[in-house]
Design a protein around this ligand. Sequence first.
Ligand code: FPP
Length: 246
Amino acid sequence: MAGKKKDELKELKIPGHVAIIMDGNGRWAKKRFLPRSAGHSAGSKTVEQICDDAWSLGIKYLTVYAFSTENWKRSESEIATLMDLLRKYMKNCLERSKKNNMRVRVIGDTSRLDEDLRESIQTLTRESAVNTGLTFTVALNYGGRDEIVRAFGKMLSDCSEGRLSAKDICEETVSKYLDTADMPDPDLVIRTSGEIRLSNFLPWQSAYSELYFTDVLWPDFDKKELIKAVEYYNKKDRRFGGRNEE
Ligand code: FPP
C-alpha cells in the first residue's frame, strides 16, 4: 500500500475531485537523453495507473490537463505525438473503461481536433456514460478562459432565443454553461514538476480548491505521491471564506 498501512489511509479525508496539471514529461525525457515523445509516452502510462490508484483511494472524480489551447504553439511533430497518444488512449480506454467501470468525459473545444479523434471521443464518452466507477475527465484543447468565453456565447444565444433571462444569471448559471456542468468543483489541484501556477486550468472551478505543487516529474508520479498530496489536503482547514464553528 505504497508504504502506508491500510488503517492510516482509512483515517484520511479523501478529496472527492482531484484535478492534475501533468507537467514535466519533457524534462523526464531529457534527463534520460530520450526524445520528448518518450516523456509523453511514459506520461500516458502514468495516467492509466493513476486512474486506478485514485479510485482505490476513494477519489470519485479525476480530471487531467492533457492538451491546452496554448499547446498548439509547440512544434508540429510534438503536437502529432501528443495527438497520436491521445488517439491510442481513447481507443484502448474503451476496453479498460468496461473492465474498471470508469466513466470518461472530455472537456475543452474538441471542434479543432481531427475527425477520427473526435469520433473516438464520442464513442468512448457515450459508451462509458453508464459506468458508475471513477469519473475520469480529460481536458483536451482546453483553456479556462476559452471555456468561459464559450459559456458566455451559449448564454447570450439562450438569452436571445428566450431560454434564459439576463436577470436570472447567477454563479450557478455560469457553472451550468461550462464544460464541467454536473461535475463538482475540484477539492484539490495538483501540479507536478515544480512550476507554481495554474496555467489557465479550471480557473472558475478551482476558486476554492486546495493547491498542491510537487517537484516530481509527471512520469514519476505514483500512488505514493498521490497519497502525499491527499495528506497535504488533510492538513488544510477548508473554510470557503467563512469561519469554522467552534
Ligand atoms: C507537460 O509536459 C505535459 C503535456 C503538455 C502533455 C500531457 C500529456 C500526457 C501526459 C500524455 C497524454 C495524455 C493522456 C490523457 C493519455 P511538458 O512537455 O511541458 O514537460 P516539460 O515542461 O518538462 O517540457
